[in-house]
Design a protein around this ligand. Structure first.
Ligand SMILES: Cc1cc2nc3c(=O)[nH]c(=O)nc-3n(C[C@H](O)[C@H](O)[C@H](O)COP(=O)(O)O)c2cc1C
Length: 193
């Protein structure tokens, strides 16, 4: 029997247009529809917010998957804004939190025991993502809001994100292709873990 699918929430304001890295990664995932369920948030919610139907659809997608990935380009050491809006609206009181006595998966603890991870790309070079670099923090530290949110809702988040650096430098097509292959390998390793 095949493993359950991995849900990949992609947050890029122009995935089909200006994106190079996230688009290539999403294309790679689309080659394996039996393994990955991809949701392009900006295409789904071009108005920049979710109504009740949207919230229900997103909650159903989360409920149906155990391993959930957030894929995005790093924007100001965070994710593009719609992912925050999505979190604000989908992780509501009485659904994601507020039901300490509920069983995992039930309203109030709907995300308990889920596994989260982050896949991101950064314009800056890897050497700057450390205590002594110009960023001053590691990628694992940059994603602390994701890790803390997972903790709060009773889920887990991989401490180390999958990360491609230097996307605004002279990233070659070969490096981009290699990253797409490595990304899928990283995801498959998470599935097996
Ligand atoms: C509004 C904005 C903010 C950005 N902030 C950062 C940043 O904080 N750190 C960084 O390394 N790169 C930053 N970048 C560069 C993006 O991470 C880079 O454009 C992205 O990795 C390219 O991915 P794409 O080809 O899928 O668009 C920023 C880019 C934009 C447009």
């Amino acid at each position: 029997m095949s493993a359950p699918k991995t849900l990949v929430i992609v947050a890029h304001p122009d995935l089909a247009g200006t994106s190079r890295v996230n688009r290539r990664w999403a294309e790679e995932l689309a080659k394996h529809p039996d393994e990955f369920e991809v949701r392009d948030l900006y295409a789904l919610y071009p108005e920049g917010s979710l109504d009740e139907d949207g919230i229900s659809v997103e909650r159903a997608a989360l409920a149906a998957h155990d391993l959930i990935i957030f894929q995005f380009p790093v924007y100001w050491y965070s994710a593009p804004a719609l992912l925050r809006t999505w979190t604000d609206e989908v992780y509501g009181f009485g659904w994601a939190y507020g039901g300490e006595k509920a069983a995992p998966g039930e309203p109030g603890r709907a995300l308990a025991n889920k596994r989260f991870a982050v896949a991101m790309c950064a314009g800056d070079i890897e050497a700057n993502y450390c205590a002594t670099g110009t960023v001053g923090f590691t990628p694992s530290e940059v994603i602390i809001p994701f890790r803390a949110t997972a903790n709060y809702v009773g889920a887990t988040c991989e401490a180390e994100p999958f990360c491609l650096f230097g996307t605004e430098g002279d990233l070659s097509d070969d490096q981009l292709e290699a990253s797409a292959v490595a990304y899928v390998e990283w995801l498959r390793k998470l599935v097996r873990a």
